[in-house]
Design a protein around this ligand. Structure first.
Ligand SMILES: [Zn+2]
Length: 511
């Protein structure tokens, strides 16, 4: 019996950072979980991305839907997508779409902040490929990260766009479900989705507590109230990825209505004006210079105290190997009473140290190799305490990655500093990374991290709103590709004026 509907599912996810010097290419996708094709896409067990979300809605024999799997892949955030990878994904997508034959609909998960040196909107480019292969008529429901930069091309080519409603992102599966559900309603003729969107000339860095409190919660709640209105199919906010220097940069409010453009336009303008009114409350608090942050941590009571460098956050696409915070920790190590674990990805240094070196003293330059713009390598002399490798048990933080493969790992003891070098970058050093080389980080005095406050709190087992965070997490103001003071970057391609680069600018939605 032929299925009633044939629906293709696809996911190509990369988040770029224009200020990172590391291009992301196909091996980075291989290391981050592989490039799944065809039937492999359907074995979504244990994964927590949009694909299981799509399958929860359109999978299962009872639905009488034939799910046509195309491609599923993602990388860790990084610099631009390499031209070779763009070409590969384009060609693979074309081939898979041709092999798929006639389709009734497509569920497509993209990040929305994927750029290459040549193409500022790779996600829109891939949607163009879908339209070239399958025409204008087939409905394409698109799920995006809320850090997407929404472009005219995406809105023109997608039938509907749905974004995550949480940050940190804990509703990725649900976003896949919502997207697929809207597609099904569309195919059943229940709704005729129409998109309204308003781009706001403003960029913000992620607040400490995501959208769980403060101004981001206020405006996300505003969108949630609108989703309850009759005739509104969905409403998403896209606070954008601020570290993208592209012509389409800016926040977006996007509503999907059931054939009621006027209603959608009114709602997105109302939220956009609300966001604009709150603009100054999104600005980050000033941070401490690195030496001061380390001093404050050293004199804070109890342990472990975290000093975190948000400007070199791999989760935001930064290379993760700048050495500013390491230097500050090494400079003050003699004044710190206890161990100081710190992690750097450095394949070259790991390669230089052999398993037979355990117990020996080595001198080598570490870090500052992936990031050549914001840091230099630092020369260290230390004892090789441990050489190991293999997958790490990782509770996933908010990312839902059950295990992490950091490749080969080395622990160097530099007096009381425990420098953990890994072959690969990791999204979020969890305590498991340090435990793998025999260090209990929760017993250390200071742990150096490169994560947002919410993740640093999670490392300690706290909620970001816990009062204890104030005295246990210190943010160091370091240079880096994910620096929170956006005015320090040389943006050359973003539309101007743009808040807060142009702090005195005026703006109103719909004008
Ligand atoms: Zn995001």
């Amino acid at each position: 019996m032929r299925s009633e509907l044939r629906i293709a599912i696809c996911r190509i996810n990369h988040e770029a950072n224009s200020f990172a010097t590391t291009e992301v290419n196909l091996p980075d996708f291989e290391k981050a979980g592989g490039i799944r094709m065809g039937e492999e896409v359907l074995s979504a067990k244990g994964r927590t991305n949009e694909i299981p979300g799509f399958l929860n809605v359109i999978g299962g024999a009872a639905q009488n839907i034939e799910v046509v799997p195309l491609l599923d892949t993602s990388s860790l955030a990084g610099g631009n997508l390499a031209a070779e990878a763009v070409h590969y994904f384009e060609e693979t997508l074309r081939r898979k779409l041709r092999e798929a034959g006639e389709l009734d609909g497509i569920c497509f998960a993209l990040h929305g902040a994927n750029t290459s040196a040549q193409i500022s909107d790779v996600d829109g480019y891939l949607l163009e490929v879908v339209r070239q292969e399958k025409g204008e008529a087939v409905p394409v429901a698109v799920a995006l990260d809320c850090h997407a930069v929404i472009t005219q091309k995406m809105v023109d080519l997608a039938s509907v766009i749905c974004g995550y409603h949480t940050t940190p992102h804990i509703d990725i599966v649900q976003t896949g479900e919502r997207t697929a559900h809207i597609l099904l309603r569309m195919l059943a003729g229940e709704i005729n989705p129409v998109m309204s969107w308003e781009s706001i000339p403003m960029i913000v860095t992620p607040p400490d507590d995501g959208m769980n409190s403060g101004p981001l919660k206020e405006v996300f709640d505003h969108a949630a109230r609108f989703r309850e209105i009759d005739g509104v199919v969905d409403c998403s906010l896209f606070p954008s990825n601020p570290w993208l220097d592209i012509p389409e940069q800016g926040w977006t409010v996007l509503a999907v209505t059931n054939d009621d453009k006027q209603l959608g336009d009114r709602l997105v303008q109302e939220i956009a004006n609300h966001i604009w009114e709150l603009r100054s409350s999104f600005l980050p608090e000033p941070m401490l210079p690195p030496a001061e942050a380390v001093r404050a941590a050293a004199s804070a009571p109890g342990h472990p105290i975290i000093v975190t460098d948000l400007a070199d956050n791999t989760g935001a696409g930064a290379p993760g190997d700048t050495t500013t915070l390491l230097r500050a920790l090494l400079d003050q190590k003699d004044t710190i009473d206890g161990l100081i674990p710190f992690h750097l990805p450095d394949a070259e240094a790991v390669e230089a140290i052999m398993p037979t070196d355990v117990g020996t003293t080595v001198t080598l330059a570490v870090g500052g190799k992936r990031d050549t713009r914001f840091g230099q390598p630092v020369s260290v002399t230390g004892e090789v305490l441990c050489v190991t490798d293999g997958a790490l048990e990782d509770t996933g933080g908010f990312g839902g990655v059950p295990t992490v493969d950091a490749g080969k790992m080395v622990c160097l003891g530099i007096d009381n500093v425990r420098l953990v070098l890994t072959e690969r970058i990791v999204f979020c050093p969890e305590p498991s990374l340090f435990r793998k080389v025999g260090i209990e980080p929760l017993k250390a005095k200071i742990v150096g991290l490169k994560k947002e406050l919410a993740f640093a709190a999670h490392f300690l087992g706290f909620k970001p709103t816990d009062d204890r965070v104030t005295n246990t997490v210190f943010k160091a103001d370091c240079p880096g590709a994910s620096c929170y003071d956006l005015r320090r970057f040389e943006y050359t391609r973003v539309p101007r004026p743009l808040y807060p680069l142009d702090p005195d600018m005026q703006w109103q939605a719909g004008k």
